[in-house]
Design a binder for this molecule. Structure first.
Ligand code: ADP
Length: 278
């Protein structure tokens, strides 16, 4: 079966360099992994082993209450944000994992600054939070659909970097994953949503309007990746045309973060032999 690719390799293949010096060109980035996993079977085995280990470390993180992990998932419609969440956390107890989908802001949310709703959902100590869409929508859909003046959007990249720096400085690790699918693959997945009765609920005619704006979205993603990949919270681009490989790569990156945190069970403050239970 073969072993999983090393964390350092997965990180170096997917990570966008910090500093924003060079332009990010998504057309030059694979939407199909040909480097990390030799074949689908290897990806399946790696994913399953990593998901089990993620559960073990999450349990220790929950007990230690020492830090927290925020996983930010972004990607165009059908890129697999739900799929990654289900696969990576398939063994993880719901006690310590919270999933937060961010849709169109409510009236109350719009009456506040755009980070207000986000900050309320960041993980408490000992928890993992998964953001299905995030504050990055405020430089993606908002930019592409001109929902705010362009100069206000341009100011947000630095504001977001500062916000994430604040989270990291206060004990939350921030792992940002962009799921990168091709135009053709998105077309296939949208068709499948119409054809398969159990997938029809996922189809939204608005997705077709967004598909018409493909180039504009790709450009907005490129600007986001270049502007907001920082040392404290780098962006990772995951090839997402193959679901199994996509999930396996995401699991490696989540596990790498948890291994770095190396949570340990706290000292209970007593010796077990102090007590006798009849
Ligand atoms: P999904 O498409 O992720 O399955 P929804 O159907 O609820 O979930 O879609 C969420 C929608 O909310 C997307 O079209 C997204 O662009 C939009 N959205 C998210 N955040 C914002 C925001 N800050 N401003 C405007 N629209 C947003």
């Amino acid at each position: 079966m073969g072993r999983s690719p090393a964390f350092s390799k997965v990180r170096s293949v997917t990570r966008i360099p910090a500093g924003g010096r060079s332009r990010v060109d998504l057309r030059k980035r694979d939407t199909d992994d040909s480097i990390l996993f030799r074949d689908k079977d290897q990806a399946l085995v790696s994913l399953d082993a990593d998901a089990q280990r993620i559960d073990v470390l999450q349990d220790a993180l929950f007990a230690a209450q020492a830090g927290s992990l925020l996983v930010v998932l972004q990607g165009i419609d059908t890129s697999g944000k739900d799929g990654v969440t289900k696969a990576v956390f398939r063994y993880t107890s719901p006690l310590g994992v919270r999933v937060h989908p961010f849709g169109r802001p409510s009236e109350m949310e719009l009456a506040h600054d755009y980070l207000w709703r986000i900050h309320q959902a960041v993980p408490r100590r000992g928890h993992i939070a998964v953001f299905n869409r995030s504050h990055y929508e405020d430089v993606l859909v908002v930019r592409v659909r001109n929902l705010a003046p362009r100069d206000r959007v341009d100011e947000r990249y630095e504001q977001i970097n500062e916000f994430e720096r604040h989270l990291v400085a206060n004990g939350t690790r921030v792992l940002k994953l962009m799921l990168h699918v091709s135009h053709e693959e998105q077309g296939r997945r949208l068709k499948e949503r119409l054809e398969r009765p159990e997938k029809r609920w996922k189809f939204n005619p608005d997705d077709l309007a967004d598909r018409q704006l493909w180039d504009e979205y790709q450009e907005a993603y490129e600007i986001m990746l270049r502007s907001c990949s920082t040392k404290h919270a780098p962006w990772h681009v995951i090839p997402a045309d193959s679901k199994t490989r996509r999930d396996a790569i995401a699991a490696r990156l989540v596990l790498a973060e948890l291994e770095d945190m190396s949570p340990t069970y706290p000292d209970p403050g007593y010796r077990p032999d102090q007590f006798q239970i009849d």
